[in-house]
Write a protein that binds this ligand. Sequence first.
Ligand code: SF4
Ligand code: SF4
Length: 452
Amino acid sequence: MRVEPHAQPELIPASLPVRTFTGADQPDVDILRRCIRCGLCLPSCPTYLETFSEASSPRGRIALINAVSEGQLDVTDSGFVEQMYQCLDCRACEAVCPSGVQYGQLVETARTQIERARPRPGWQRAGRAAVFGGIFGEARRFRAVNAALALYQRTGAQRLARRSGLLARFGLARMESLAPALPATYVAPAGQVYPPLAGVAQRGRVALFTGCVMSTAFAETDRATIRVLNANGFEVVLPEAQQCCGALTIHSGEMDGGRALAMRNIEAFEVSGAEYIAVNAAGCGSTLKEYGALLADFLEWAERARAFSERVRDITELLAGLLDEGALNTRFAPLPLRVTYQEPCHLAHAQRITRQPRALLGALPGVELVEMEEASLCCGSAGVYNVTRPAMADALGDRKARNILASGAQAVVTANPGCALQVRAALARAGSDMPVLHIVDLLDAAYRGRLP
Ligand code: SF4
Ligand code: SF4
C-alpha cells in the first residue's frame, strides 16, 4: 500500500538544545517503564500491519516517547511528531499488552506536549481554534453549522461546488465527500423526558448523552436509542446544556479544551437524577468514562468526575446487562438478515466491550451473525484521521471492506458513527452498497417489526 512519506526519527546532536516534556499533561514515566519491549502488541497495530516499520508500531512509538522523556529527542522532532499523529489512537495495543501499558495516556499527552511546544502558522492556530473552540466547543454552534451544511446539501449548492472545482482548490474536497447526508431535523437536548413503555417492568431513569454527530447526522439512531430504552422500562431524559464529549479535542492535543467540555457535561448530567448515563457512540463513551482520570488533579472536580464516569454505560453494555439477567424485553419480530459486526476500537479496546454487542445480535430472531476477519482492526476512521491522513485511512478502510465482503454478510453492524461513515465510504469504493447499521437501529427495527 501507499502511505504518507514520513521522516524516520533521529537522535539529534547533543550540541542542539533539546526540549523535553514540561508542565502538566506529560506521558506518565511509570507507564513508560512498564513496557518490556516484548512486541506482543505489534500484530494488533494497524499502522504496523500496513507498513511493517518498527517506528510505526506501538513499541517503536513508546521508545520515541521515552527518548523525548529522557531528553534524547526534541519534542518537536519531525519524526516524533509524524509518529504521534500517524498513530490512530485505536488502543488495540493497550488491549493486548501483558504489562498493562496504558498507551492512550502516552500518546494523548505526547500530542498535547507537541501542540504546546511547536509553533504553528497563524492560519493553523485560527483554524484549530475555530474547530475545537468554536464548532465542537458549543453544541448549539455545532448544530447551527450542521443546519447550514444540510442546506448546502439540499439546495443544489453542493452539486455546483463539486462541479466548479472550488472544493479541490481549497483542499476541502475530501472532507466534503466524507460528510454524511444530513437529515432535516436533529435531536436538540432541552430536558425532554420520554416515559417508559406501558406494560413492561419499570427500571428507573437514564440520561442520554446525545452526542454531536449522533444528534445530527445520526439523529434517527438517537431517537431509536430512546425508543429501545423506553421499550425496556427506562425513563429517558435528555439533559440540557450537554456538550461534545471532548474526544476529538483531546485526541488532537487540546487537553485543556477537553477538560472544559468535561466540566460542562458533568454539571449538565449531575442534575438529571439519572442512575445511568447511556451513550450510543463508542468514541464518546470511552472519553466520558475517562473524565475521572482527566480531572483527577483538579481538586473541586476530581470526585464529581469520578462519580460521573462511574454512571456511564454504552448502550450495548446496558442492554446486554438486562439480557444476562433475563430481563431484556424480547418482543422482537424476526428479521431475516445475515450481518457481520465491525468492532469500534473505542468499544473493543478502550472499553473492552466485545461480548455484549454480539450477545444482543444473537438475541434477535432471524439475525445471523457471521464473523469477518480482523473485526477488531481499526477501519481508519479514528476521529478526524480519515481527513488528516487520507492514504493510511483509505488503506485501512479498503482492508476492512475486503474483510466485510469476504464474510458473506448482507449488512454490517457497528456501534460508532465514525466507523459507520468510514465503512460506508470504503464499501462504496469497492463498488458495494451494503447497508451499514448502528446496532441500536437493528434492535429498534426488531421491536417495530421492519428492517431499517
Ligand atoms: S506495549 Fe506492551 S505488548 Fe507492546 S512491547 Fe511494550 S510491553 Fe510488549
Ligand atoms: S493506538 Fe493503535 S495505531 Fe497507535 S500504536 Fe497502538 S495499535 Fe498502533
